[in-house]
Design a protein around this ligand. Structure first.
Ligand code: SIN
Length: 487
């Protein structure tokens, strides 16, 4: 199928904003969505403006008064229905995802399954929200603790996982009894609108789930972060934007979850199973063309196994075909846009100037467009941008180390604290290193840590709040204490 033809036939393609339970437009204002593989326009969608944003927030606030009173089982049943519909439409959603985001179709299908798993998980969590009866301070009093939904939630989501980053926020919010306004990335609004279509079919009441596609990021973001009816903002994106949103939220003291940038170290100790470490490295680094917040960003390899790891890694990276995500043989799709390619290319060029050696597979035949060859970089120093900053591209910088304490020091020498990985067999060391790494998530002998059951989130400048698992729903609840004088 030609990429440019897909939207015409995709049954989930929607082009209007969705709020108050219907599809809405603004005086003909629209913007274009492009396929990063070809640059072709694949859809023209409604441009939500600040006025529309206020209207969507109002409809979410109206809906909240009734939605929060539904029983947990009723909310759960609707989430289950949404899960079934997402699962039934996996193929169509994955096609839209590859079309607007670029990742290989197989990965896109994996993301839809992963995204749906949050909806099922929180359908299961909705009826398990418990309060407490705390010890009383006197015989005639009772100390009752209630868990209540926080209110209207604004979810500001990124382009790298256009399905899963929405469901990971929206499903726990709806399960808790909150209503949600989603502002998806302007690069990938189509998956968000497709999810709205499926939520509509699932039967969520009008105003419970709303989606505002827009390129007026600043203006719409300002309404969402300052509107008094919005009680919680959940954002996934860069640390810089996270800080700005936090400042904007300060005026109305909103509850916040910020899942921000990472700079994940990947440590290989000399007792590691090197084949497994290479497989984990490839899975962690090159999925989504390296555009994942938890991608391994820099590799520290113990000197005794450095050369062998380098050889094995090159062998595997050499097999990764780059191209359009609709080609079944492709493992690395395009980067999201030209600016992303320029940024990564500049980082590589700077590293070369500073003495790094950049290896690219000989057979790598790059199509025209936003493509980058996968690379492995050696002769790297800690001062290089490739090490200090999040790369967000298919680039693996390798650095040797001698002692365990050196690896920990190097790994922790960053302001980021999202994910870290290490490979090794010594059990005592596994505990020591897992505890010493200053990160919200640690992968031990695995490069794949994402699952609906786990608390996803970071420390330090990677933000705060957790998504997923039993922890994810807490972010959308407040605790009310009722002091009851019984006689
Ligand atoms: C992210 O990049 O923030 C999400 C990655 C994941 O959930 O695996």
């Amino acid at each position: 199928m030609a990429a440019a033809d897909a939207p015409i036939t995709n049954p989930l393609l929607r082009s209007k904003a969705y709020y108050g339970g219907s599809w809405q437009t603004t005086d003909g204002a629209t913007f274009e969505v492009r396929n990063p593989a070809s640059g072709n326009v694949i859809a023209t969608v409604t441009e939500a403006d600040p006025e529309m944003t206020r209207a969507a927030v109002s409809s979410a606030a109206n809906a909240f008064t009734k939605w929060k009173k539904r029983t947990a089982r009723e909310r759960s049943n609707l989430l289950y229905r949404w899960f079934e519909l997402i699962t039934d439409h996996r193929e169509a959603l994955a096609q839209l995802l590859t079309l607007e985001q670029g990742k290989p179709l197989l990965e896109a299908k994996g993301e839809v399954t992963y995204g749906a798993s949050f909806v099922r998980w929180f359908a299961e969590e909705a009826p398990r929200i418990y309060g407490d009866l705390a010890p009383a301070s006197s015989q005639n009093k009772r100390t009752v603790v209630l868990k209540e939904p926080v209110g209207v939630v604004a979810a500001i989501t990124p382009w790298n996982f256009p399905v899963a980053m929405i469901t990971r926020k929206v499903a726990p919010a709806l399960a808790a009894g909150c209503t949600v306004v989603v502002k998806p990335s302007e690069e990938t609004p189509l998956c968000a609108l497709a999810l709205a279509e499926l939520a509509d079919r699932a039967g969520f009441p009008p105003g419970v789930f709303n989606v505002l596609p827009t390129t007026m990021v600043k203006e719409v973001g300002e309404v969402l972060t300052t509107h008094p009816s919005v009680r919680k903002v959940s954002f996934t994106g860069s640390t810089e934007v996270g800080r700005l949103l936090m400042r904007q939220c300060a005026g109305t003291l909103k509850k916040l979850s910020l899942e921000l940038g990472g700079n994940a170290p990947f440590i290989v100790f000399d007792d590691a199973d090197l084949d497994a470490a290479v497989a984990g490295a490839v899975a962690s680094k090159y999925r989504n063309a390296g555009q994942t917040c938890i991608c391994a960003n820099r590799f520290y390899v113990q000197r005794a196994v450095y050369d062998e790891f380098y050889d094995k890694l090159r062998r595997e990276v050499g097999k990764l075909k780059v191209g359009d995500g609709f080609d079944a043989a492709v493992k690395i799709g395009p980067l999201i846009n030209k600016e992303a390619v320029t940024k990564v290319t500049e980082m590589l060029n700077e590293a070369r100037t500073e003495g790094a050696v950049v290896w690219t597979p000989l057979s790598c035949d790059l199509p025209a467009g936003n493509y980058l060859a996968p690379t492995v970089v050696t002769e790297v120093s800690a001062a290089m941008r490739l090490v200090r900053e999040e790369i967000f591209g298919p680039v693996s910088p390798l650095l040797p180390f001698d002692r365990e304490e050196d690896a920990i020091e190097l790994a922790n020498a960053t302001e980021a604290g999202l994910a870290a990985y290490f490979y090794g067999k010594d059990h005592a060391r596994i505990w020591r290193v897992a505890e010493a790494l200053d990160y919200g998530m640690v992968g031990v002998n695995t490069g794949a840590i994402s699952t609906a059951a786990a608390p996803f989130g970071g420390v330090k400048q990677s933000g705060f709040g957790r998504e997923g698992g039993k922890y994810g729903i807490e972010e959308y609840l407040t605790t009310k204490y009722v002091c009851w004088q019984v006689e």
